[in-house]
Write a new protein. Structure first.
Length: 218
């Protein structure tokens, strides 16, 4: 992750670093829920000096991981983060306070966090300390990444994924009820990835009685 050329336009650099932050955020999928996936990059121009992501629920947030790598070089640098830094005491201390101590000159945020305890307060805290804050870069990509989290916080309703396997002519099983295997190894691997990131699995009564599925993520 290095552009090398100092003449690269600032906006292009911003997109480059935020793209990297989004890539990092995805690494937390299946481990951080019900928290959102978040990635963070700290850079000086084209030079990346720190990066991190939220590894697991209850663990350090992405900003903290990136600041640990950047150390004192974070002062005066630019931080790119895929979601507004938290400003409240939860399972971990407020990220905004760690950012203020590190003293970057600018923080670029993909989107505001709709969680009531944050929702714009993190941005306000940083701006009040004299840090330049830009919001909205790659917001569509960030919202897609955390769509289940955003729907829950914004509407109080869960994100539902419908999954089924069927033949090309629209059948779910043979006349005798046999259905192994309509799907293949690749699609079953995707199913287990999905199981690993959701909070609950629901099947019909017929499936439960006939197949007695384990419904585990393997």
């Amino acid at each position: 992750h290095a552009l090398g050329a100092p003449s690269v336009p600032p906006m292009e650099l911003d997109h480059w670093h935020m793209s990297r932050a989004l890539e990092l955020a995805v690494r937390g999928q299946g481990f951080v829920e019900p928290n959102p996936m978040v990635g963070c990059v700290i850079a000086r121009g084209a030079e990346l000096i720190g990066e991190g992501w939220h590894h697991r629920y209850g663990g350090p947030h992405a900003e903290i991981e990136a600041l640990r790598l950047a150390g004192s070089r974070a002062a005066g640098a630019t931080m790119y983060v895929t979601l507004e830094p938290c400003c409240h005491q939860g399972k971990t201390p407020p990220c905004t306070e760690a950012i203020l101590r590190a003293a970057p000159s600018r923080v670029v945020i993909a989107q505001r966090d709709p969680f009531p305890e944050v929702s714009g307060k993190g941005i306000t805290r940083l701006e009040a300390a004299g840090i330049t804050v830009d919001v909205g870069l790659a917001e569509a990509e960030a919202r897609e990444l955390n769509a289940p989290y955003l729907k829950l916080v914004e509407t109080g309703r869960p994100w539902v994924i419908a999954k089924w396997a069927m033949t090309l002519d629209g059948k779910l099983a043979t006349r005798t009820g046999e259905s192994q295997w309509i799907s293949g190894p690749d699609s079953r691997a995707v199913v287990h990835q999905l199981r690993g990131r959701v909070d609950a699995l629901v099947v019909g009564r017929g499936t439960a009685d006939h197949d007695d599925p384990a419904l585990t993520a393997r």
